[in-house]
Design a protein around this ligand. Structure first.
Ligand code: CDP
Length: 212
């Protein structure tokens, strides 16, 4: 069996950490699709180019090397914000989704996390999770992450950024962020990562077992 597990959810919901742990636990390859959007945004930012020009964003997306996505280099909060600006462009999404689907089609199965995996990239995924948490909790998590990495950040500003990004991601015309109708909702507001991981495992085991 080569299952595809789709994990979607808003910024700082914990979906990335969860996806990595699930991939390791089930021995599956993992793609954080957010990094693909971040890579395009960072390439534009590094050259001081505009984020609101679709043709430029598409040209940049076609020249980024997606085989060597460096999580560390792409992790800055501002890069996430910039990523959500270029992620509204259908031309950029078409290019990136084609690469993401190729990744999902590998033999052996895969875990992909993002905003539109269960709805657009892998609508036939064996298991779909939609991971959420309140905006306040997500802002606190992101704030702690930045401080732990030695950075400085203002909690109120992060909360405002997260709300703005949620709105941009949920309201764009192409592939808006939303749970697939057959996704399992996992609200991690009151869960630590271990509890969320155990809850996700229970859902996955039940789904994969049913699919056998
Ligand atoms: O880690 P965080 O949740 O903050 O963000 P991310 O998953 O790295 O995604 C950064 C941005 O890329 C999101 O705000 C989305 O606008 C965009 N994105 C998307 O449109 N579709 C995806 N499948 C993944 C990310």
């Amino acid at each position: 069996m080569s299952p595809v597990i789709a994990i979607d959810g808003p910024a700082a919901s914990g979906k990335g950490t969860l996806a990595r742990r699930i991939a390791a636990s089930y021995g599956l390859a993992h793609l954080d699709t957010g990094l693909t959007y971040r890579a395009v945004a960072k390439a534009l930012l590094d050259r001081g180019l505009a984020l609101n020009d679709e043709a430029l964003a598409v040209e940049t997306a076609s020249s980024v090397d997606f085989d060597t996505l460096d999580r560390e280099a792409l992790s800055a909060h501002g890069v996430g914000e910039a990523a959500s600006k270029i992620a509204v462009f259908p031309g950029v999404r078409r290019l990136l989704v084609a690469r993401q689907r190729a990744f999902a089609a590998r033999s052996g199965g895969a875990v992909l996390d993002g905003r539109d995996i269960g709805t657009v990239v892998c609508p036939d995924a064996a298991v779909k999770l939609y991971v959420t948490a309140s905006a306040e909790i997500r802002a606190e998590r992101r704030h702690r992450e930045i401080l732990a990495g030695g950075g400085k950040a203002d909690l109120a500003e992060i909360l405002a950024d997260i709300c703005r990004r949620d709105m941009r991601d949920a309201e764009r015309a192409d592939s808006p962020m939303r749970p697939a109708t057959d996704a399992h909702l996992l609200d991690t507001s009151e869960m630590d990562i271990e509890t969320a991981f155990q809850a996700a495992r229970a859902i996955i085991d039940q789904r994969l077992c049913r699919a056998d």
